[in-house]
Design a protein around this ligand. Structure first.
Ligand code: NI
Length: 198
């Protein structure tokens, strides 16, 4: 019995969650993000917005500095002719690796900023309407990304998160092998997440 009590006490002691982020800590956030491409992203075609499930994992190098990887389920965007109807849709995945600076790692409310690199993969570009039967190809994009966000504690382990991101996503579009030039999607992302500390 005494050993059991000792074991439980030890487990509880080891399981206590530190309130301050420390080197080696992980935080996971999951939620929804709206990807809103800038308007007038191309002279001929226009990419619309979409909302999808996103997750990110943050690893703390120090109490203030962290590395974050953003992942998502594929976003699907409608593509319209400027002034016309829908002519295509595309899926994309925008994994983003960022360095973050957390201003108040010990607080219950923790704002941060980040900057990094985005890689966007386009796939399943399907044409319809006026472009039905044509082949649309969007090249993958690599570009800078920036973010601001805030974590608000719900308990020692769980927190709410709100974030705004900007990504420089430019893709070269081809229709039946003919270049349409560069589509500047450069979207703003607005995310609401539930987070927890591992
Ligand atoms: Ni751009």
């Amino acid at each position: 019995m005494r050993y059991l009590v000792c074991a439980i006490t030890l487990c509880c002691a080891l399981y206590t969650v530190p309130v301050h982020a420390e080197r080696g800590d992980w935080q996971i956030r999951m939620g929804g993000s709206l990807v809103n491409p800038k308007s007038d992203n191309h002279g001929i075609v226009e990419v619309d917005s979409d909302t999808m499930l996103t997750f990110n994992a943050t690893y703390f190098l120090t109490p203030n500095w962290a590395i974050e990887l953003l992942a998502a389920l594929p976003f699907t965007h409608d593509i319209d002719l400027v002034g016309g109807g829908r002519v295509a849709e595309t899926k994309h995945l925008p994994p983003t690796l960022s360095a973050q600076y957390h201003f108040m790692p010990g607080g219950k409310v923790r704002p941060y900023v980040g900057a990094g690199i985005n890689y966007t993969l386009f796939f399943e570009e399907d044409t319809t309407g006026a472009l039905a039967g044509s082949s649309l190809k969007l090249e993958d994009s690599v570009g800078p990304a920036a973010q601001i966000g805030i974590d608000i504690d719900l308990s020692d382990r769980w927190f709410l998160n709100a974030e705004v991101r900007w990504m420089d996503i430019d893709t070269k579009a081809k229709l039946d092998g003919v270049s349409l030039g560069t589509v500047e999607i450069d979207p703003w992302l607005y995310g609401i997440n539930l987070g927890f500390r591992l």
